[in-house]
Design a protein around this ligand. Sequence first.
Ligand code: FO1
Length: 350
Amino acid sequence: MPSHSAPLPATDPPPLRRVTVLSGGVGGARFLQGLLHGLRSGLVPGGSADTEVTVVANTADDWWIHGLKVCPDLDTVMYTLGDGIDVDRGWGRRDETWSAKTELEAYGVEPTWFGLGDRDIATHLVRTQMLEAGFTLSQVTEALCRRWQPGVRLLPMSDDRVETHIAVADPDSPSGRRVVHFQEYWVRLRAEVAAESVLVVGQEAATPAPGVLEAIAETDLVVLPPSNPVVSVGTILGVPGLRDAVRTTSAPVVGLSPIVGGTHVRGMAAQVLASIGVEVSAAAVGAHYGARSAGGVLDAWLVDERDADQLSRLEDAGLRARAVPLMMTDHDATARMAAAAVDLVASGRR
Ligand code: FO1
């Protein structure tokens, strides 16, 4: 029976002038690459090359090592979007050399298990010198980005020191456990031991870095990319004032699941989710963030097609949800994910 209803008026998507993304390291940076590609190529509804993207990056992975301040997630976003990243590793510089690392090993200086490349060391020397001269981490990041031109405004979540530590079982210690810095848990222990608990040192005393609260309040969209929901997005939301800023912004808030088919795509989300008692599933992470209508931070949640059977559980939790391909296999695939995220909340945008 031919439909005689008038064709729906072609409603233009509302303009997407500003987007704010709460990002960890490798997964967040890869998502940002696709988002920028999608904006520049017109794939993202309402977006364009002029859309301003602000990244609020996790700094709780930061680590003082060999007298240098290393900021893995800030640097991974900066190098990735500035085209200096080593694509295979997902961190550190392309065309890297390791002479300083080899010399440190020759001196028997620990930790030998954490690789600082020669080119990367220059970044940490500039950062450490500027911090010691009294500049804030925000000012340092702005200065480093003048060279790298990432094409986004890159803000640390806080200028205060916040460091994630992980408690792991240790039969040799009287308490039966020991606490290691996140970098030791991830790099030396390869997250192969259970994370008993996640301790974010300095979290309660931290304040949002300049511009962060405004970037969340005065934007057209807030995105939680497929970063680690506990030690990346979780530590960003844990900065006092940040979770409330996301809850109360007039912009829609949409997230993309880092869990696909019951496990993380890379990293150690499964281990740290277990440590906070959250089931390792796309729906459980969406519910963990929570719907804003129920006091959480999300309006909508994208899951991979493999997890389409979890959509009703998300809708029961008050979330708009959709199942789309979520593997960031190339920039076009990631751009389509970003477009789906925008489209899912477009109706909610002014
Ligand atoms: N990850 C590793 O697996 N091994 C390393 O030796 C290593 C060194 C490193 C140096 C600088 C930096 O910015 C990141 C580095 N990472 C290394 C990655 C880092 O552990 C992760 O990127 C984040 O902390 C987790 O997102």
